[in-house]
Ligand binder design. Structure first.
Ligand code: ATR
Length: 281
């Protein structure tokens, strides 16, 4: 299999390690190469990439939207979200998908299945590209409330508007959200706030959180974000960002290979890798 990743900057990506594990588990040989593309060279480099005999590749920041005009086909889910993180190459044609939102939901279901058994509510913090994917994945689930908080309320409104017939929640500022925290079972942080090297930053205060709430942060560097530390101190359940990375990768790999992957099997090894790097840093 010839696989890879496009984005900028991507030198520290953990995706090559993840996909090597998946290749091994699936009994396939192949490689996963980092194609770091400088924004000034995007158009030329994409044309060159099309000449290569790749089986598929992932797309990360800042190209999840920019890649769309270069696709031959895009699936409905990725089209609605307006972002693509997985491209499958078949007979020279590029097909775009998005596994980010479903990746997070799949990871959460493995660890906290009760959240998806009905009558539960989720609050998404942030209204960027990652938030869109997660929102659409969540409203397909049995949740009776999915709300969004954002600095700019209109951006959160526009996410809800795309699927307004299925709207099941409110739009908040962060200040408003802080007052309503006790009414949510799941809180998902989707912005880059708190990401290395700004480890001390935190998007909201969790003063009013209930002890049985699950707090999920999609940031995985650092492993313990300030938000997750506070959640843990308040007795809440925490869900670290590396699990979403692993599960979005699993779903991408399954699109490329049509083979089923057991991501859970790789999780302990991945955790050890991240923790050893954290200790070195
Ligand atoms: P991505 O595609 O990775 O989700 P993005 O589209 O740039 O990234 O979205 C970034 C999100 O993080 C947005 O919700 C943004 O808030 P605004 O919509 O108000 O701009 C949020 N964000 C980024 N930096 C922030 C900060 N310092 N404080 C609060 N929110 C922030």
């Amino acid at each position: 299999m010839e696989l890879g990743l496009i984005g900028y900057p991507i030198q520290h990506s953990k995706s090559p390690w993840i996909h090597q594990q998946f290749l091994k588990q699936a009994g396939l040989s192949g490689e996963y190469i980092l194609y770091e593309i400088h924004p000034d060279q995007f158009v030329e480099e994409i044309k060159q990439l099309k000449q290569l005999s790749l089986d598929g590749f992932n797309v990360t920041v800042p190209y999840k939207q920019k890649i769309i005009p270069y696709l031959d086909e895009i699936d409905d889910h990725a089209q609605t979200i307006g972002a693509v993180n997985t491209v499958v190459c078949r007979n020279g044609k590029w097909h775009g998908y998005n596994t980010d939102g479903l990746g997070l939901v799949t990871a959460l279901k493995v660890r906290y299945p009760h959240l998806f058994e009905g009558n539960k509510s989720a609050l998404i913090l942030g209204a960027g590209g990652a938030s869109r994917g997660i929102y659409y994945a969540l409203i397909k689930e049995k949740l009776n409330r999915v709300s969004i908080a954002n600095r700019t309320k209109s951006k959160a409104e526009s996410i809800m508007n795309i699927n307004s017939q299925d709207r099941r929640g409110e739009v908040f500022t962060y200040q408003e959200a802080e007052c309503h925290l006790a009414s949510f079972d799941l809180i998902i942080q989707t912005t880059s706030v708190g990401m290395y090297p700004n480890n001390s930053e935190k998007i909201i205060n969790l003063t009013h959180i209930q002890p049985d709430t699950v707090v999920s942060d999609i940031v995985y560097q650092p492993f313990w974000t300030s938000l997750l530390r506070e959640a843990h101190q308040k007795g809440a359940q925490v869900h670290h960002g590396h699990e979403m990375l692993l599960y979005q990768g699993k779903l991408a790999f399954e699109y490329w290979t049509n083979k089923k992957i057991n991501a859970n099997e790789i999780l302990p090894k991945f955790l050890t890798l991240l923790q050893s790097e954290n200790n070195k840093g």
